[in-house]
Design a binder for this molecule. Sequence first.
Ligand code: KG4
Ligand code: ZN
Length: 339
Amino acid sequence: MTDLILGVETSCDETAAAVVAGGKKICSNIIASQIDIHEKFGGVVPEIASRKHLEAVNFIIAQALAEAGCTFQDLAAIAVTHGPGLVGALLVGVNTAKTLAYALGKPLVAVNHVLAHVAANYLVHDIDFPAVCLVVSGGHTSLLYLQARGEAEFLGATRDDAAGEAFDKIARVLQLGYPGGPVIDKIAREGNPDAFPFPRAFSGQDDVFEFSFSGLKSAVINTIHNLQQKGKTVPVADVAAGFQAAVVDILVEKTCLAAKVKGTKNVLLAGGVAANSRLRVALEEALAKEERKLFLPPPALCTDNAAMVAAAGWDLYQRQEFAGLDLNAVPVLDIGSQK
Ligand code: KG4
Ligand code: ZN
């Protein structure tokens, strides 16, 4: 019996395919990023993303198999992200995976992108459950309670913007380019995080597991505009550091709160923003004070990739939760509607 899962990921601006053995061992992990194409527009253009996925997906899958040293026949199943994400982009992966499953007579498994981010941790760590997980990316900021691998309960999420979305927006206003997270992370190291007292929504509210970043976004943009209107130079590093500190502080506070309320010793961090150097250190330190342990993927597995899709797909495959050939892309897919 083979334990090889082919993962396919096309939910946003990365066309990715990977082969993972037993939900753990990465045999190949190929990513074609479209960042250079979307960069000049300051964000992802959905139509262009779909077209680029279509051009790349077959080649990326072929490369993933070649690098893993296996053929289509060797696969146990095909796992694909079917939501949440950009509908046109998701459809490319979903239809490719359905075609492969049908032609090969292999099972198809439909993976929730948010749970795929969580599963990036399973590629590098052995976790004792239950655990709490903070998923922070360009599209999501959610706290989950994990009873076991592949079993998640929703605790709370952002009411408006995702944390990564706020990073991208502020970087755009500061004219730092796209994506904003890595560049703000870098430039903030030279700034004073206390120079601007930006707001931390829901701080101190111990019954709230939610986030809100739109007020913070407005506060940062207003600060920049006020300085510009007065003819002053915008201290980019200080603004970036202050913004990043506000995001990180509230992410850390709410994650610690969730772990405390749920009584879990282990905490996971996942998603593109989990690559943020300040967040990684601050969360680990805050949890250590409460004798909790932080697990997090290496930065390359935090951002979108297909190895995490294959890892999450393995759990569904083992439970024989297969998708039919009527599988569709679901742009808004919450945790409750799909394990
Ligand atoms: O998980 P991901 O690749 O895609 C989504 O599912 O959204 O996350 C991309 C997001 C972008 O908003 C990007 O700016 C952010 O992750 N990001 C970071 C860092 N690296 C990527 N945010 C903060 N600090 C970073 N180092
Ligand atoms: Zn993602």
